[in-house]
Design a protein around this ligand. Structure first.
Ligand SMILES: Nc1ncnc2c1ncn2[C@@H]1O[C@H](COP(=O)(O)OP(=O)(O)O)[C@@H](O)[C@H]1O
Ligand SMILES: [Mg+2]
Length: 398
């Protein structure tokens, strides 16, 4: 295949390794500086130039979009997508994972462990945000920091409040996060490629530092992940739509606690720690995926007027309960069941003789009118009642 790597630095370790791995597998590969593209939008023919010249066709793109070029970089990736070039990590998935708030928002509706986070702006809400996160010590984070910069451990509520107020006053958005102290300055980086974790390491902060980032002197060691950590990492990457992801998890008392998901995870630390050829894994995964492209299923399926894709649950007393797909009448109404979710199990392409049970969630494609007649009236998911946060004393150590 003909592979393009988008990166600002051809000499960077990750870029070099990806290039090497592609050459080793007999592919043609070129590194492009992300910022030197020009994008052109014309009816029916999205196009781009590199250093002012039109470029030949590429089969696949491996984007390595750094934090400082998110906007332009993701636009370049999106342009390649429009031109039908397979992009390992799409523009949408890069954007979804890029800031710590939006990625946590996307993850929070799912049943996976995440670091409890509050985002408040109004001065009257700040103390409540701190208290909801268990009170000091709490972690305060800039929305788009990396490498540990912009992550602060506030030892008292007063200090936390002052930091948030100060940063807000200079137009910096900050998150307040529960401090996961049981992780003891350690975290897990799981490197996800496709459906699996190809390598994992534990990073430990040194000395008084609570941040385990390698850039903050954190030490790395190989770690054999147990299943819960592996499942959580893959799930998080899937939810954000990432094919390649570095998922950072704290070791909480009840299992993995996701802190952040990186769409351009570095290779140096983790290849060094584990000795695994991750670049090779990325290139061979790209080879496999090439046939499938970056199809946005929902968009494709709903472009046909009157048709939609929908997911709904079978409630007690519903006409579908206890029927097989054949006897349910779904097919006669032009509805196809694409998948049944039953408990933790997923049944893809269920057979016509498959029975439908109360509690099943059906993912269907069909005519909007017919579908709505089978769907239950929308019942809002009840929110769990939370205990009001206890008012905490402020232990200001001074
Ligand atoms: N809620 C938390 N509880 C405990 N430690 C944390 C928490 N959030 C971050 N840390 C520590 O700080 C480090 C940096 O935080 P992170 O959110 O990953 O920011 P960055 O994008 O700068 O790496 C983490 O690797 C972890 O060691
Ligand atoms: Mg991090």
């Amino acid at each position: 295949m003909k592979l393009a790597i988008l990166s600002r630095g051809p000499k960077l370790y990750s870029t070099r390794r990806l290039r090497e791995a592609a050459i080793q597998r007999g592919h043609k590969v070129k590194v492009f500086d992300t910022l030197k593209f020009g994008l052109y939008l014309r009816q029916g023919e999205p196009d781009l130039t590199y250093r002012g010249k039109h470029i030949s066709d590429y089969d696949a793109i491996v984007p390595r979009i750094g934090n400082s070029v998110t906007f332009f970089g993701s636009a370049v990736v999106r342009q390649f997508e429009q031109m039908g070039v397979y992009c390992l990590n799409t523009a949408d998935s890069i954007l979804a994972s890029r800031d710590k708030l939006s990625s946590m928002q996307a993850l929070s509706r799912h049943d996976i462990g995440i670091a409890e986070t509050a985002f408040v702006r109004n001065q009257n809400d700040i103390l409540q945000g701190i208290q909801e996160m268990g009170g000091a010590p709490v972690v305060i984070k800039l929305l788009s920091g990396t490498q540990g910069v912009g992550v602060i451990l506030a030892e008292s509520n007063k200090v936390a409040e002052a930091i948030i107020e100060t940063l807000s006053s200079v137009q910096q958005n900050v998150l307040v996060q529960k401090f996961v102290s049981e992780s003891k300055g350690r975290d897990i980086r799981a490197f996800v490629v496709g459906d699996r974790v190809v390598a994992a390491m534990r990073r430990s902060a040194v000395g008084q530092e609570f941040r385990s980032n390698v850039h903050r002197g954190g030490r790395t060691e190989v770690v054999e992940l147990d299943e819960a950590y592996e499942r959580t990492a893959v799930r998080a990457a899937h939810i954000l739509g990432l094919k390649v992801a570095g998922v950072d998890m704290l070791e909480g008392k009840d299992g993995p606690v996701i802190m952040e998901v990186n769409s351009s995870p570095g290779l140096e630390g983790i290849e060094g720690a584990t000795g695994i050829d991750i670049a090779g894994e990325i290139v061979s995964f790209t080879e496999e995926q090439l046939k499938f492209g970056n199809m946005n299923v929902r968009e494709r399926l709903t472009l046909t007027r009157g048709y939609t894709i929908s997911e709904f649950s079978i409630t007690p007393g519903a006409s579908l309960a206890g029927q097989t797909i054949l006897s349910s009448g779904l097919r006669e109404h032009d509805i196809i069941v694409l998948r049944i979710t039953r408990g933790g199990e997923q049944i893809a392409n269920p057979d016509k003789n498959r029975e439908l049970m109360v509690g099943d969630t059906l993912l269907c494609y069909g005519s909007q009118v017919a579908l709505s007649s089978f769907m239950p009236d929308r019942v809002r998911k009840r929110r769990r009642k939370r205990k009001a946060p206890q008012k905490l004393d402020d232990h200001d150590p001074s």
